[in-house]
Ligand binder design. Structure first.
Ligand code: URA
Ligand code: CA
Length: 438
């Protein structure tokens, strides 16, 4: 087999077999196929696409290109969730204890964030003492004991994806649906769960800008799951404004705790309940959609979900008192309110502007090596559809560097569009994609 023939085949719109994909990907990971040939093949994929089986084969080859997690020591159907990334998205901190409190074993590895705000692991580290670096044995023992563990990534999961992503980044081939779908699903499959619930964001603050693109990505990933024998469900959800009201690590932990207490923002709460219901169905805790939703609501109401979050914090060495006393979370030294320049309805809260400004306040990493400040960020006081008075607070900014507050306040003000007349409200969830509907 020769790489040049496989490049030509894809260039001419033909499909590659499993052994041909294996030759390309494993050869590339071993350093036997050079970047220039892989780049040419990726560009051919960008223009010619791949069929469903081909995408699934590519995904499985990438998933097996390095370490894989063996979760077979955990009883039950292990379900993982994934979000394609949005602003004010603290769903993992809410959904995982909720479903764990209902019997779904969750053994979840999360990354650190790059850009906007920290990742789940960064957010958890704002809880004093919380350890995210458990050994694989501790990780599995904890899930068997309390049903839940959230840790940072260890080992070399899907190194083929790491190499391909870096190559795509410099060859203008990131936005190819087969390549995005296989990239995401290869990492999820390597992390060992039996089924997945995916949150595919669409809108101004998301990777996918249109509903059509988001639907195609969702369908492609659900199809990969089906062909790889892992039940997968995707929700296509709105990211035209931040999901929750908090953007920043400790601020998002605080919002997660408030939401687990039943005091969270409506859109965040609704999405968490829906994602949880889907996880209960994938895990076969129930076969009834309405029962799944009822169970999720009940464990919010009774405090079981919050109790599970407390158990998680204790099990991983953190100070569980934060759940009852939010002032134990890191607090910023300075705060500033951004005030409405005029009365009217909020028509827009640009999620990208909010995300980037939170990062500039220190909540996210501009570079891999940046050190993040867990206390800082933005708390929105209003959302699209609210009627506000002139001088009313739109948002509160938190910083440890007073200098940064002024510039950030001006930017956050730009994120808001205030006008007369009620705006149309986007739904929180646009579509649900299951294997049945493909
Ligand atoms: N996120 C990923 O993990 N991979 C992609 O290709 C795009 C977004
Ligand atoms: Ca099921």
């Amino acid at each position: 087999m020769h790489a040049v023939d496989l490049i030509q085949k894809k260039r001419d719109g033909q499909r590659l077999s499993r052994s041909e994909l294996e030759f390309l990907i494993t050869g590339y990971v071993r350093g036997e196929i050079p970047d220039y040939q892989m780049a040419a093949w990726i560009m051919a994929v960008y223009f010619q696409g791949m069929d469903a089986e081909e995408i699934a084969e590519l995904t499985l080859i990438m998933a097996r290109s390095g370490d894989t997690l063996d979760l077979s020591g955990i009883q039950g159907v292990k379900v993982d969730k994934h979000s394609t990334g949005g602003v004010g998205d603290t769903t993992t901190l809410i959904v995982t204890p909720l479903v764990a409190s209902l019997g779904v074993p969750v053994a979840k590895m999360s990354g650190r964030g790059l850009g906007h705000t920290g990742g789940t692991v960064d957010k958890l580290e704002s809880i004093p003492g919380f350890k995210v670096d458990l050994s694989p044995e501790q990780f599995i023992t904890q899930v068997n004991k309390i049903g839940l563990s959230l840790v940072g990534q260890t080992g070399q999961l899907a190194p083929a994806d790491k190499l391909l992503y870096a190559l795509r980044d410099v060859t203008a081939t990131v936005d190819s649906i087969p390549l995005i779908a296989s990239s995401i699903m290869s990492k999820k499959i390597a992390a060992g769960a039996d089924g997945f619930v995916l949150d595919v964001k669409v809108g101004a603050g998301a990777f996918m800008k249109t509903e059509a693109e988001a639907l195609e990505l969702a369908r492609t990933m659900v199809q990969i799951g089906q062909l790889a024998k892992r039940e997968t469900v995707a929700l296509v959800t709105d990211m035209n404004q931040p999901l929750g009201r908090a953007v920043g690590n400790a601020l998002e932990v605080k919002e997660a705790i408030l939401t687990l207490r039943g005091e969270g923002p409506a859109r965040l709460t609704e999405l968490c309940l829906e994602l949880s219901a889907e996880m209960l169905l994938v895990a076969d805790i129930t076969n009834s959609r309405s029962e799944a939703r009822r169970m999720a609501e009940e464990n919010f109401r009774t405090g079981q979900a919050l109790g599970k979050f407390r158990e998680l914090i204790k099990a991983q060495g953190g100070d569980a008192k934060v759940v009852d006393d939010l002032s134990l979370l890191p607090q910023a030294g300075h705060a500033k309110e951004v005030l409405a320049p005029a009365a009217g309805y909020v028509h827009k809260v640009d999620p990208l502007v909010i995300g980037v400004t939170a990062m500039e306040l220190g909540a996210g990493r501009e570079h891999k090596e940046s050190v993040i400040d867990l206390a800082v960020g933005i708390e929105l006081q209003t959302e699209v559809g609210d009627h506000i008075q002139k001088g009313q607070a739109l948002a509160t900014l938190y910083a440890n560097d007073r200098q940064k507050l002024e510039a950030a306040a001006a930017k956050v003000l730009q994120a808001f569009e205030i006008a007369d007349g009620k705006p149309l409200l986007a739904p929180t969830i646009y579509r649900k994609i299951t294997a049945k509907e493909l």
